[in-house]
Write a protein that binds this ligand. Structure first.
Ligand code: AMP
Length: 377
């Protein structure tokens, strides 16, 4: 047994998985919700940690735990890989709070609770941004004043790194090649959504930027937008930067266009002839298609386009819509393979296709556990 506990904290929740990495099996999984909320039974993340322990009772021999892996959202340009946590690393995660004001504080609170609970177990931070630290300067630079770039850290960081890393490696395996030999475009389409261009196993461009707001249309986020829009809205309505930020993050995307942030609802409504839902679906797919085109240009040669996460793994309509019209670029899906129900890694391109189109279910927890063990050595 090589037990590893993976913790993923939001501002009011803790998701956990206990894995046995000796045979890559999931021993226990769960979520503690409504932390710190009025009427909730869990006062804070320390109490949440105690509840996780109580739920793991019987499954977990505390002394035997090989590592605790923490998902941390923002590692800035400081963290390029999984990192053993000590006081200095906690300070660095704290310093990065301005870049991720909602996520990093929650991650930090849980790290502190877990360090107190498992004082003898190595704790490892696995950053959402780390995989994208290989972006070359032309890809991560915004054309803004040096003071913003140098003093305020304004640049593209990218997110969903653990997922893009895991999925691109699995895609290489499916192609029968080593990760260092393949170029792939990964489409992580979940509640949040991002695209990643992977060359020879390394991230060379990605659609999310300074924050997870840029890029694709998402459940509640707008994605790409003329940067002049917030100032325009302020001039017209007097709304503050905070209000506009909240609107673009939580009241835009599919929700704003179709009235639901869940792709299943959007597809059902579009099927019944709802025009808002139809537009939402078309705009969602069109945005993905534009990014595929852009990343074909960025990579030059592409071995596979890979769909993952809730929408990417389950929605045949989105997959077909995203690659519609790309046949002349060698990218298409087989109508039959695309709609076949499966939870497995699979090809959905026709057998004659020049470029493989794949579905690879993501598994961020196993990737975090793998990286945590690698950092422990
Ligand atoms: P994730 O963030 O990866 O868990 O993805 C969550 C999203 O996946 C949900 O909000 C749904 O919009 C979407 N999803 C899940 N199942 C399906 C499905 N069968 N068809 C379309 N979308 C789905």
């Amino acid at each position: 047994m090589i037990p590893v506990l993976v913790l993923n904290s939001g501002s009011s929740s803790i998701k956990y998985q206990l894995l046995d990495m000796a045979d890559r099996a999931r021993l226990a999984t769960g979520v503690v919700e409504r932390i710190g909320e009025a009427g909730g039974a869990v006062a804070d993340h320390a109490a949440g940690m105690r509840q996780v322990l109580a739920e793991l009772e019987g499954n977990l021999d505390r002394g035997a735990l090989a590592a605790v892996g923490h998902r941390v959202v923002h590692g800035g340009d400081r963290f390029r890989g999984p990192t053993l946590i000590d006081d200095e690393v906690c300070d660095a995660i704290r310093d990065l709070i301005p870049l991720a004001p909602l996520h990093n504080p929650a991650n930090l609170t849980l790290i502190e609770a877990a360090r107190a609970t498992f004082p003898d177990t190595p704790q490892v931070a696995v950053f959402d941004t780390a995989f994208h630290q290989t972006l070359p300067a032309p890809a991560h630079t915004y054309a803004v004043p040096a003071a913003w770039r140098d003093e305020l850290g304004v640049r593209r960081y990218g997110f969903h790194g653990t997922s893009h890393q895991y999925v691109s490696r699995r895609a290489a395996a499916l192609l029968g090649r080593r990760p260092e030999e393949v170029n792939v475009i990964v489409l992580h389409l979940g509640n949040g959504a991002s695209v990643c261009a992977v060359r020879d196993g390394q991230s060379v461009d990605t659609s999310m930027g300074l924050t997870p707001l840029e890029g694709l249309i998402m459940g509640t986020r707008s994605g790409d937008l003329d940067p002049a829009v917030p100032a325009y809205i302020t001039r017209r309505t007097g709304q503050s930067a905070e209000e506009i930020d909240r609107t673009l993050n939580t009241a835009s995307g599919l929700l704003a266009l179709a009235g639901s942030n869940d792709m299943r609802d959007v597809e059902a409504a579009a099927g019944k002839g709802d025009e808002g839902a139809r537009l939402a679906l078309d705009a969602y797919c069109y945005r993905i298609r534009k990014y595929i085109g852009a990343y074909l240009a960025a990579l030059g040669r592409v071995d596979a386009v890979v769909f993952t996460a809730g929408v990417g793994e389950n929605s045949a309509a989105v997959r077909a819509g995203a690659v519609a019209g790309l046949e002349h670029l060698g990218i298409s899906v087989s109508p039959k393979r695309n709609v076949a129900e499966s939870k497995e890694e699979r090809y959905i391109s026709p057998y004659w296709a020049q470029t493989a189109v794949l579905v690879v279910p993501t598994d961020e927890e196993i990737e975090i556990a793998d990286q945590a063990l690698a950092a422990v050595g």
